[in-house]
Design a binder for this molecule. Structure first.
Ligand code: CUA
Length: 187
C-alpha cells in the first residue's frame, strides 16, 4: 500500500514536470514569434503613401494643368503626370518613347477611376486624395487604348484616353520642339 502511494506521487510529479516543459515551450515559441515579427516589420520598407489635396489640384502643385503630360527627366527616363475626372483623362493622348523607363504619376479629382493601358501590365486605381505610381516600359512603338476600368458614373463607358509610343529619336525631336513644356499627343 505504501509503495502504491509512493508510485502515484512519482507519476504525478513526472506529469507536472512534463506539462511545465510544454507550457515553457509554448511561451518560448510565442516570444520567438513576437521577436521575429518585430524584426520582420522593422526590416520592411516604409509605406510610401503619397497624398494630395483633390480640391486644389488645378490651382497649385504637381498636378496643375501645365504640368500634366510627359516630362523627360535628367536620368533619361520620362515621367507622365495625369489626372482623371468624370469623364476624361488629362491629357487625352499620352506620348512616351519606346524602350525607356516611364513613370506614371496620377490621381483623381472627383471619384475613383481606373487606369489601365491595353496590352501592357499597366493597371492601377486612381483615388481622390492619393498619388498612384506605376513604372512601365514600352518595347515597341504603337498605339494603346487607355480605358477607365472602375465604374465612375454614367459616363464611365465613354471614358478613354490613348497612349502613343514613338521611337526614341522621334520622341527627342518632339521634346526639342516643345522646348521644355510638358508633352502630349493631344491635337
Ligand atoms: Cu472613370 Cu470609369
Amino acid at each position: 500500500m505504501a509503495d502504491h502511494v509512493h508510485d502515484g506521487a512519482h507519476v504525478a510529479e513526472r506529469a507536472e514536470a512534463r506539462w511545465a516543459w510544454i507550457v515553457g515551450a509554448i511561451i518560448l515559441f510565442l516570444v520567438a514569434m513576437m521577436a521575429y515579427m518585430s524584426l520582420h516589420w522593422a526590416a520592411m520598407p516604409p509605406v510610401r503613401t503619397e497624398t494630395v489635396d483633390p480640391t486644389t489640384l488645378h490651382i497649385a502643385g504637381e498636378f496643375v494643368e501645365t504640368n500634366l503630360g510627359t516630362a523627360p527627366e535628367a536620368d533619361g527616363a520620362v515621367t507622365v503626370r495625369l489626372v482623371a475626372n468624370q469623364y476624361s483623362f488629362t491629357p487625352q493622348c499620352i506620348v512616351v518613347p519606346a524602350g525607356t523607363p516611364v513613370r506614371f504619376r496620377a490621381t483623381a479629382a472627383d471619384v475613383v477611376h481606373g487606369f489601365s493601358i491595353a496590352h501592357t501590365n499597366v493597371n492601377m486605381m486612381l483615388i481622390p486624395g492619393y498619388v498612384s505610381n506605376f513604372q512601365a516600359r514600352f518595347d515597341q512603338p504603337g498605339e494603346h487604348v487607355m480605358p477607365c476600368h472602375e465604374y465612375c458614373g454614367v459616363g464611365h463607358a465613354a471614358m478613354w484616353a490613348h497612349v502613343k509610343v514613338v521611337d526614341k529619336d522621334e520622341f527627342q525631336r518632339l521634346a526639342a520642339a516643345q522646348g521644355g513644356r510638358r508633352m502630349s499627343c493631344v491635337k
